[in-house]
Design a protein around this ligand. Structure first.
Ligand SMILES: CC(=O)N[C@H]1[C@@H](OP(=O)(O)OP(=O)(O)OC[C@H]2O[C@@H](n3ccc(=O)[nH]c3=O)[C@H](O)[C@@H]2O)O[C@H](CO)[C@@H](O)[C@@H]1O
Ligand SMILES: C=C(OP(=O)(O)O)C(=O)O
Length: 520
């Protein structure tokens, strides 16, 4: 049996479906239809409290009841057989208009979900984006005994760790679909003397090792052997102060080291740390747990760890600069005037400066604070502009530089600009290659080598049928190019987009995009 719904996509599917999973799907589909629990209850001829129990996974469900819920929500909650792939039919060439808000970030959420393992008190994460990557980590947490309960608003997640984690029961299927599982090492280090974790998975971006994590965590007493799809970990805890240097300024490796440092007795200095947005989110949460951290937002962090963290805390996940870039790109490549609200400006400054260099006109609102009380936000309005290729190549750098995950969006922007742009993705071994799919829509994109693209515009975009690249950002880039392309396009196999974006097509439709979803 597999699970499908248009609210929470098929990628959540696991062979065994339990009441909690179905509950989450029902809640997602109900919210997608804009119904309250009481309204759904009325359609089902039952009480609001019964719907609440179903959504919390506290109700035994017959197939007959699931069928009735599916009918009431006009959404297939469960189907038998292979999952059906989703595709998009895009009628491009229309301008967009209006205002759209940026959601909280995937990368912040997954770090915070993993970090909640450090806390034996109650963690409430507010405003969590309902995306597949989050569902996967929540599934993994639940499988090891963590109580993770969504509030009726479907956005706030309460997490309570059990006294002992049931790691033998870990949901391997969910774990291997995400790279973020690697961030279980940091918190588990201080909790378990030995444990096993499945190998990390994720998008197809070429070779991407976990070696920097192993090098960093070895200093915390972690010894890992990798055998047949499993990491076997043994921990020899140390005490006292520790100073470590990361071999790469990576985001998740910094987070792993931070979590390991937070759960130990002593002060840990982490050098070559990433100061990126998700790391800052994690630091703000750890501070609420009583962990003092010096140097937040810099490349040297001093972490005053604490044994036995036990605090009831609430933290609002901050806004996603990559979603902000994606939405701005939608406006830019369709020559539209749209306002993207709640943009975390500190993490978009180089992107905006680069866009200005390319002739993009935009206006910024006054700054205001995010719900976490720390991150600075602005509303950005883009105006239709004559774009030109920048003189210098566009390349990413660890923060504060142009975000690595925002780079792919510059491919479709460069293709809309007059002149030749060199895009240099030195970071990923295999992400640039996916962007050559833009040629199918009429762009002149040349792959110079695995890391460099030469793009000459302006493109006379024209609709085409394209198979969705097996990588999150390139998939969205192709979709955005289709919005710019005159005529009809089909993007096949788009489920990957829900890994990192909540209701992206629905939200683009609200801005005036013409997109229909269809399934096999
Ligand atoms: C869950 C999460 O937060 N994921 C983000 C995180 O993944 P994550 O932290 O897992 O990224 P990796 O550690 O895999 O690094 C990405 C790539 O960059 C290379 N690299 C990284 C740092 C460095 O100083 N030198 C270097 O060469 C790595 O070798 C790798 O090929 O950071 C990536 C890079 O910002 C982002 O694309 C991911 O969205
Ligand atoms: C590469 C990405 O993320 P992850 O680390 O989850 O694969 C991304 O968000 O583009």
């Amino acid at each position: 049996m597999t699970v499908v719904t248009d609210a929470l996509p098929t990628a959540t599917a696991t062979p065994a479906v339990d009441a909690a999973q179905v509950g989450a799907l029902v809640r997602g589909a109900r919210q997608n239809r804009g119904l309250t629990q009481a309204q759904l209850a009325e359609r089902l001829g039952t009480s609001q409290s019964a719907v609440h129990r179903i959504e919390q996974g506290r109700q035994n469900l017959s197939l007959e009841l699931i069928g009735r819920i599916s009918a009431a929500l006009d959404s297939e909650i469960i189907s038998v057989g292979a999952p059906k792939r989703s595709h998009l039919l895009v009628e491009g060439g229309h301008q967009l208009e209006g205002r759209i808000e940026v959601n909280s970030s995937k990368n912040g959420a997954v770090a915070l979900l993993c970090a909640s393992l450090l806390n034996s008190g109650r963690t409430v994460l507010r405003g969590v984006a309902r995306i597949v990557e989050v569902d996967r980590i929540v599934d993994v947490l639940r499988s090891v005994g963590v109580r993770a309960t969504w509030a009726p608003n479907g956005r706030d997640l309460e997490i309570v760790r059990p006294a002992t984690l049931d790691l033998a029961n870990i949901d391997v299927d969910a774990a291997v679909r995400t790279r973020s599982i690697i961030m279980f090492f940091g918190p588990l280090l201080g909790l378990e003397p030995t444990f096993e974790l499945p190998y990390a998975g994720g998008c197809d971006l070429g070779t991407r090792t976990v070696e920097p994590h192993m090098i960093a965590l070895r200093r915390f007493g972690l010894d890992v052997t990798a055998t047949a799809g499993t990491y076997r970990a043994t921990v020899t805890p140390g005490t006292g102060d520790l100073s470590i240097v990361l071999t790469e300024r990576g985001d998740t490796v910094t987070e792993n080291a931070l979590m390991a440092a937070a759960g130990r007795d002593g002060v840990t200095t982490i050098r070559n740390a990433s100061p990126n947005y998700m790391v800052q989110d994690l630091c703000f949460y750890l501070e609420l747990l009583g962990v003092r951290i010096e140097g937040i937002g810099t490349t040297t962090l001093r972490v005053h760890g604490r044994l036995g963290i036990d605090a009831d805390v609430e933290y609002a996940v901050s806004e996603d600069p990559v979603e902000a870039m994606s939405l701005l790109t939608a406006g830019i490549v369709t020559s539209s005037e749209i306002t993207v609200a709640r943009v975390p400006i500190e993490f978009m400054e180089i992107e905006l400066a680069t866009l200005a260099e390319m002739g993009q006109r935009y206006t910024l609102s006054d700054e205001y604070l995010a719900r976490n009380g720390r991150t600075r936000l602005v509303d950005v309005t883009v105006h239709p502009s004559e774009l030109r290729a920048p003189i210098d190549k566009i390349h990413p750098m660890p923060f504060p530089g142009l975000n690595i995950d925002n780079l792919p969006f510059f491919a479709v922007i460069a293709a809309s600009a007059t002149g030749t742009t060199l895009i240099h993705d030195w970071v990923y071994e295999g992400r640039a290659i996916h962007l050559t799919d833009l040629t199918r829509l009429g762009a002149d994109v040349r792959l110079m080598d695995a890391h460099r693209l030469q793009i000459t515009g302006p493109t006379r975009w024209s609709g085409a049928e394209v198979s969705c690249p097996p990588a999150l950002r390139p998939a969205v880039v192709i979709l955005l190019a289709m919005l710019a392309s005159k005529g009809t396009s089909v993007l096949r196999g788009v489920d990957i987009i829900a890994r990192g974006y909540e209701q992206l097509t629905e939200r683009l439709i609200e801005l005036g995009a013409h997109i229909e979803t269809f399934r096999d």
